[in-house]
Design a protein around this ligand. Structure first.
Ligand SMILES: *[C@@H]1O[C@H](CO)[C@@H](O)[C@H](O)[C@H]1NC(C)=O
Ligand SMILES: *[C@@H]1O[C@H](CO)[C@@H](O)[C@H](O)[C@H]1NC(C)=O
Length: 634
């Protein structure tokens, strides 16, 4: 059954690859060429790989970067200054930036416009003109933040209402005092996670621009007031006895949220902005979480001057807008569903790769390898913990599952229908952002809850699939495996108490004692953990890569191109992985990666290391007997 399926996929894949035009295969060759040129340029051939691989592989990194900076126009391959760690994210950002002008769907175009406005909006926070709930009070707000005497003199108590401001902002996706979110006919009510609460000095510092011409005591007073408020809301200040009593009354059964009049007003206003029908609201499940904390925070609010709360809300909004403007690219993560809805329509991928090809090749890259690998590995293997057994069946139909899932989750007619309600204003980034957030919030009320980090969920694979497709437009196949190893390493929650780990600890220590070379220095426990984790991650991605090479007929192209650069499939993964780290904490990573590689027999084999050289210790660590036998068989 399984092999039949794989055969079918292979067949499709080969058909499709064959059908690709010459220009595409040119692009493919170019991709390899450009990447391999980098591999070559970054290394320093004066250093023998068997003496110190890290220094060999990264030896020219700094020089190369400085050089290509100096003659930008001459050097054809730009973009070398990218920190290697960020390759994949950087590729995705780059892809989005280049392609967003070509987006063709409504959600795609909205996101594209928002991103453009975000990067173009002046940094002087013109948000007072744009935020509904604030722009009505623009003139008064020029004098923000308010001291008590200002507030009283101008009779602001009647004018500026923190409850209606905060609830309106929350309905636009900017929660400041209480968090309300939805999933499929359910309303969740929670305290704000990590309510922002810097020190008084940091508050003061953040107010510098707003208080330019005022006495420095003002910022001290206001900073202090906000600090007391947020600490109180976070439950960091002791409560007085009468408060405690009220609190206990309110959360007696610790399940139901007791609504005081403030909260009632808040909810009423919040939901009226979202325009749910009465029926929808009534039928929805309401799930308050962490009731005690909410009750306590709102008790503090009740006993705080409205002026201070108002100051604090505006302060939060300013901070949040500032953050977004500094990282406009975060919009693509926030509105990922809209972005993927555009991507899934495939307009912009079409010239590079067909959707069927992409799906088939993703299927091969995940299912086949993990399946095969798992059949060879014992259940105790840590990878088994990363990939629960229950997933095996699901994975077999990955492409089909993905397709079905995307068709409903990214249902373009449904998304178009919902988001056509959003009316953007020209050059009004903050206004548009809030409109889109509000609409997204409304949309989530009708969507099932998703945990995209959960590898049992199709959402997880959908994201990985999208990333995979973009990666394959920027990097050769070996790079995919190299980064897979890296993410395995970073994510692995290693079984630190296993025998494997303790014997590694022991063995690495022995190695340190037996050698005098710098790279054999004593390791900290944390370093041993990292080395052990990294070793496992690397070995598996190396196996995947080799498996891919054996399994695919067109992998001969890989060998062919590599040869041209005096490289081969035995060596390339070692370079590809190390070079992701060059120029980034070299001291730390050179030890870690060298200590990993020297314990992998494939390394000495690939680089033909002499047993006297530093990178070939006579006894190897972290390797188990079965694996040694496997290598001997080869
Ligand atoms: C390459 O390595 C050699 C030997 O260690 C060293 O002398 C040289 O400066 C290195 N080149 C660069 C560009 O760092
Ligand atoms: C997509 O949405 C439309 C309109 O909401 C609906 O009629 C259709 O059945 C949906 N298709 C899928 C595959 O969910």
């Amino acid at each position: 059954m399984l092999s039949e399926q794989i055969l079918i996929y292979l067949f499709i894949l080969i058909q499709l690859i064959v059908a690709q035009t010459d220009t595409e295969s040119d692009a493919f060759t170019l991709l390899y060429k450009k990447n391999l040129q980098d591999v070559i340029k970054i290394r320093n051939v004066s250093i023998d790989p068997c003496d110190n691989f890290y220094r060999h592989a990264c030896g020219n990194y700094e020089t190369k970067i400085t050089n290509s900076n100096n003659n930008d126009d001459v050097d054809e391959d730009d973009g070398d200054t990218i920190p290697p760690f960020l390759y994949n994210k950087q590729d995705r950002m780059d892809f989005f930036q280049r392609q967003s002008i070509n987006f063709q769907t409504l959600p795609g175009q909205m996101l594209s416009q928002l991103y453009k406005e975000c990067s173009q909006t002046e940094k002087d926070y013109t948000f007072l003109d744009q935020v509904p709930g604030l722009r009505e009070h623009k003139e008064v707000l020029e004098a923000w933040p308010f001291l008590r005497h200002q507030w009283e003199r101008r009779h602001l108590n009647g004018k500026l209402n923190w409850l209606s401001l905060s609830s309106q902002l929350a309905s636009q996706g900017v929660p400041t005092l209480l968090n309300i979110y939805f999933a499929e006919q359910t309303i969740y009510i929670t305290p704000i996670d990590n309510l922002p609460c810097p020190t008084t000095q940091e508050f003061q510092l953040s107010l510098v621009e707003d208080l330019e011409n005022r006495h420095h005591h003002v910022s001290q007073v206001i900073g202090n007031e906000m600090r007391i408020l947020c600490r109180g809301m976070r439950g960091e200040l002791p409560m007085i006895r009468s408060q405690l009593r009220t609190l206990e009354e309110r959360v007696s059964d610790n399940k139901d949220l007791h609504l005081d009049e403030n909260m009632m007003a808040y909810f009423e206003n919040f939901f009226s902005h979202l325009q749910f029908t009465h029926r929808e609201l009534q039928r929805a499940k309401k799930l308050p979480l962490d009731v005690t904390k909410i009750a306590q925070a709102w008790l503090v609010l009740k006993e705080t001057e409205p002026r201070i709360i108002y100051n604090y809300i505006i302060w939060q909004v300013k901070q949040k807008f500032k953050e977004i403007q500094e990282n406009c690219h975060d919009l693509t993560t926030e509105f990922e569903r809209l972005l993927f809805a555009e991507y899934w329509q495939w307009h912009i991928f079409e010239p590079y790769i067909k959707r069927d090809v992409a799906l088939a090749s993703y299927h091969l890259h995940t299912t086949k390898f993990y399946q095969k690998r798992r059949s060879q590995l014992s259940r105790r293997d840590w990878l088994g913990y990363l990939w629960p057994k229950t997933m095996e069946k699901q994975e077999l139909q990955l492409a089909k599952i993905l397709q079905t899932y995307a068709q409903s989750y990214l249902n373009i007619s449904q998304i178009n229908h919902h988001f056509q309600e959003v009316k953007f204003e020209k050059n009004s980034f903050f206004y548009n952002l809030l409109q889109l957030r509000q609409s997204t919030l409304r949309f989530s009320f009708h969507s099932p809850y998703l945990d995209e980090e959960d590898p049992q969920m199709p959402a997880y694979f959908l994201r990985h699939f999208m990333h995979f497709v973009i990666l394959s437009l920027y990097r050769p196949t070996y790079h995919y495996y190299a980064t897979q190893g890296l993410s395995l390493w970073l994510q692995s929650r290693l079984l630190e108490d296993t025998d494997g780990y303790y014997s590694a600890l022991n063995c690495l220590e022995q190695q340190s004692l037996q050698h005098s070379d710098d790279m054999y220095r004593q390791l900290s426990t944390k370093e041993v953990q990292n080395i052990f984790n990294f070793y496992r991650g690397f070995v598996y991605s190396l196996k995947d890569y080799q498996f891919w090479l054996q399994g695919e007929r067109f992998a001969f192209a890989e060998n062919f191109i590599l040869q041209y650069f005096n490289l081969n499939t035995e060596k390339i993964m070692f370079y590809a992985v190390v070079q992701q780290f060059c120029g980034r904490q070299d001291d730390r990573f050179s030890t870690q990666l060298n200590r990993v590689y020297m314990n992998i027999p494939e390394f000495q084999y690939a680089f033909n290391c002499d047993s006297k050289q530093a990178m070939s210790p006579s006894t190897k660590c972290m390797i188990n007997q079965c694996e040694i036998n496997e290598i001997k068989k080869k």
